[in-house]
Design a protein. Sequence first.
Length: 265
Amino acid sequence: MTSKEPHILLLAGTFEARSLAKKIEERFPNIRITASFAGVVRDLPDLGVPTRIGGFGGVDGLVAFARAEGVSAFIDATHPFAAQMSRNAFEAASRLGLPLLRLERPAWSSTPEDTWKSVLDMNAAANFLPAGSRAFLAVGRKEISAFYHRTDLIGIARMIEPPPTPLPDGWSQVLSRPPQDPDAEVSLFSKHGITHVVAKNSGGTRAYAKIEAARRLNLPVVMIERPVLPKTNCASTVSKLMVKLGEIIAGQGSEGAVSGEGFQV
Ligand code: NAP
């Protein structure tokens, strides 16, 4: 990395990205950092660092952005289901020979008190639900249409912003971020007479209340497992990622070696 000013592109979209931005700024004040959001939702958090919003235009666009802005390393702190962005980051980093670190929080696993059906994707989840279920669908506005053909279901869909195409007749929409209080989820599920909970295996604590509520109410959970991503240098927590970043910056990490030059701070 010969650029005058080291520049980290932080692909954001998770709660952890906020604390990463702060920690990188504090620990490496001479490093430029740019955060990036897809811009899918409007009320984006302020990460306290320069931020851009919107897609790059695929891998080619990301490569062009990285070249134009002198990006010297990528951090992928996107949501575990933002697979396209993660794949694009992997491909762009490979093409440019730049380090890539991914923050990958551990997936949830079931306890003996849980009844989970693990499925590979949205379509499998939609097909699994028994006829006539009253399903709580916590799958996201872009994915909810995978369930629309199940007109025999009553869907109660929670998402932050409305879906691009309206829900089928008779379904309900709950527009909110997931509450962190399991009691709130228990009362929501009870109010709607929910029989099945459909969730993405996002991991972390911020969306876990629904899983705990399902356990308390003895409701089956259809758990959509994570998409498979290209193998790269991963850390499961912010602090572990900071250690790896420190190594790369010092030119000690394997990725620093790949770039051949390390960071000039
Ligand atoms: P995606 O399918 O991986 O990304 C689709 C496209 O959005 C990417 O190809 C990229 O466009 C753009 N994009 C995504 N993340 C970006 C970022 N951080 N900065 C700039 N552009 C970005 O991801 P998604 O459509 O956002 O979401 C897919 C799943 O992840 C859904 O289940 C969603 O609920 C979940 N999720 C995502 C976020 C998020 O912040 N992205 C947050 C929570 C949950 P270009 O190809 O044009 O560059």
